[in-house]
Design a protein around this ligand. Structure first.
Ligand code: SF4
Ligand code: SF4
Length: 169
């Protein structure tokens, strides 16, 4: 005959106490929120400030004085990217019509944001601070192709893509 040792009933009295404790904690948090003020954020009209080191949409930069692109097409960012989502094609600068301050510039610079994991390795790898990550996170789109950000898009200021309701709607 095989004897089977039974463990404690699932949950049991201890589980009941734990559940009761969690319920009380939840109630206390809810009450604190009621007392301290509303917690519902009316997105997209209202946005929660992100943490200062939040890594959002990328931006390519120019020198303020000359307007030349900081990116020299070295591909260090692409080499550092663990998601392999940066494509850089470098070209030689024409001394009479420079695009960047270096010998070369990025003739093509693309980031496939549908693959990006927003790790920030690209901005850390860049020796010229040519690429940084900002606080914009509204990048949803309907087509994957639209998530490939080109150099022109990355050099430009981010576009507001979130549909905002008009007054009274
Ligand atoms: S944030 Fe990370 S995953 Fe995204 S492009 Fe930069 S290195 Fe690649
Ligand atoms: S963004 Fe920086 S690391 Fe990437 S290709 Fe341009 S200069 Fe090189």
């Amino acid at each position: 005959m095989v004897s089977v040792q039974r463990g404690p009933e699932p949950g049991g009295a201890k589980g009941l106490y734990r559940a009761f404790g969690e319920t009380l904690r939840g109630l206390r948090t809810t009450m604190a929120r009621v007392v301290e003020g509303p917690v519902t954020i009316q997105y997209p009209e209202e946005k929660t400030p992100v943490y200062p080191r939040f890594r959002g949409r990328h931006k390519l930069h120019r020198f303020e004085d000359t307007g030349l692109e900081k990116c020299v097409g070295c591909s260090l960012c692409a080499a550092a990217c663990p998601a392999d989502c940066i494509r850089v094609v470098a070209a030689e600068n024409d001394p009479d019509d420079r695009v960047s301050a270096g010998e070369r510039y990025a003739a093509v610079y693309e980031i496939n944001l549908s693959r990006c994991i927003f790790c920030g390795y690209c901005e850390v790898a860049c020796p010229f601070d040519a690429i940084t990550m900002g606080h914009e996170y509204e990048m949803a789109d309907y087509n994957r192709g639209d998530l490939i950000f080109t150099k022109e898009m990355l050099l430009a200021e981010p576009i507001e893509k979130v549909p905002l309701r008009n007054e009274g709607e």
